[in-house]
Design a protein. Structure first.
Length: 418
């Protein structure tokens, strides 16, 4: 027998069934139980091990199942917790070497679609750069325009997933079929993993009529259903819960159950148009304002050559206009052609320069108030437009236009429902 074989381990007083794993200790047999938990059994306590299914037989079964007349979905694996599991040799986690492990978690997928896997890179989300976003956009363009592919899924790390969903929304524009980004907060070898439901719901989203960039993940702590959320209106708002992502200033596009999809709002429908990726990108910067902060910090970014700055300000979009006032520095930089935009630190709600006079002064100084746009989305949009357009006035105009659903002009109290 070897790692991957499904076995029955016979002890003096009980039996255990599971999959043999690599063990760093030669005196221990490591077994993954059907429950998902791993146990170690001392070899001298084992009376007999019976191999119930060889790993080669299982692989052959998977290949045969792929011959079914089912739609094909492209899965692009990029890293993150969803692509990692315990490495018994080190005690830590390592990237998956057998991608089929992902689908063993959700066997229902085999009856829904054939999965075509591509792995352009394996990287944690905090290490993503514009190089990776450009590569993903080009791959997605190819897959979305392939008539043999029903939809595309990207598996990704959680922490900065909403940056990727935002930039792909701008780089790819109007889609012709679903593009889903999904994740897990817990690795696939944990019994509490969220990967199985997230993957199953992502496949169902790919088979739907929703031609949007969507982030799909747990809607609550239970394995009941997932939300399908717009790629520009979603944010990670919890460090460890399985329902880490929530739609911000809007409602989800859909609830995806194991047996149905419940549509909640209007969406772009599947069509036969060609997708053309625009992968231009010029990095803007994001600054979080805090009380007492010196506005000279803006000089640093100006000297580094940044042409656009997003300032995450107070609730309605306030910065210090007294001592030290930010207005003189903002006037100085906007006259030099640097685009300065204002978002809110509050996440929910929208900035408004017409409620209090300090914000009106900041708008008169040249700040662009981005209504209910999320700071991360604003950063990606400005970085995209700085490279796409050379006319500064055109960029300012486009920052206030709804290009990929980044604004909700009918904002209410939607967040209270979630």
């Amino acid at each position: 027998m070897k790692p991957g074989d499904y076995v029955k381990v016979i002890l003096d007083n009980k039996e255990e069934k599971g999959t043999i794993l690599d063990s760093h200790d030669s005196s221990i047999r490591l077994l993954k139980l059907d429950s998902g938990y791993n146990i170690g059994i001392k070899k001298d306590k084992i009376r007999e091990i019976k191999v119930l299914k060889k790993v080669e037989d299982e692989k052959q079964e998977k290949q045969e199942k792929k011959r079914k007349n089912l739609p094909t979905i492209s899965l692009i694996i990029t890293g993150g917790t969803i692509s990692a599991k315990l490495d018994p040799k080190t005690g830590g986690v390592s990237w998956l070497t057998n991608e089929q492990d992902l689908f063993d978690l959700a066997p229902e997928i085999e009856n829904l679609a054939n999965i075509e896997i591509e792995k352009p890179f394996m990287i944690a989300s905090e290490s993503m750069t514009s190089k990776h976003w450009k590569e993903l956009a080009k791959i997605c363009e190819k897959k979305l325009n392939d008539p043999n592919i029903k939809g595309v899924i990207i598996s990704h790390g959680t922490d900065f997933l909403h940056y990727t969903s935002s930039i792909l929304s701008f780089m790819l524009g109007k889609l012709n079929k679903p593009l889903i980004l999904t994740y897990s907060q817990r690795s696939i070898d944990r019994a509490s993993t969220d990967a199985s439901l997230n993957l199953l719901c992502s496949v169902k989203a790919c088979l739907s009529d929703i031609a949007e960039v969507l982030l799909v993940g747990h809607a609550n702590l239970d394995d009941e259903y997932c939300f399908a959320m717009s790629g520009t209106k979603v944010r990670k708002i919890h460090s460890s819960r399985r329902d880490a992502f929530k739609p911000i200033n809007t409602e989800p596009i859909a609830k995806i159950h194991k047996d149905k999809i419940e549509i909640l709002k209007k969406y772009n429908k599947r069509n036969k148009n060609k997708v053309k990726a625009n992968i231009k990108f010029e990095e803007a910067c994001l600054i979080k304002f805090y009380p007492g902060q010196n506005p000279d910090i803006l000089d640093y970014y100006a000297e580094k050559g940044f042409k656009g700055i997003i300032i995450e300000a107070g609730g309605l979009g306030h910065l210090n206009t007294e001592n030290p006032s930010w207005i003189p520095k903002i006037k100085e930089l906007t006259k030099k052609g640097i685009i300065i935009c204002i978002t809110s630190q509050t996440i929910f709600g929208r900035v408004d320069p017409f409620v209090y006079s300090p914000a009106r002064e900041l708008k008169q100084a040249g700040c662009i108030y981005l209504e209910d746009m999320l700071s991360e989305t604003a950063l990606m949009k400005l970085s995209f437009l700085l490279a796409k357009e050379k006319n500064k006035e055109k960029i300012k105009q486009l920052m206030l236009e709804n290009l990929s659903g980044e604004f909700n002009p009918e904002l209410g109290n939607e967040f209270l429902s979630f």
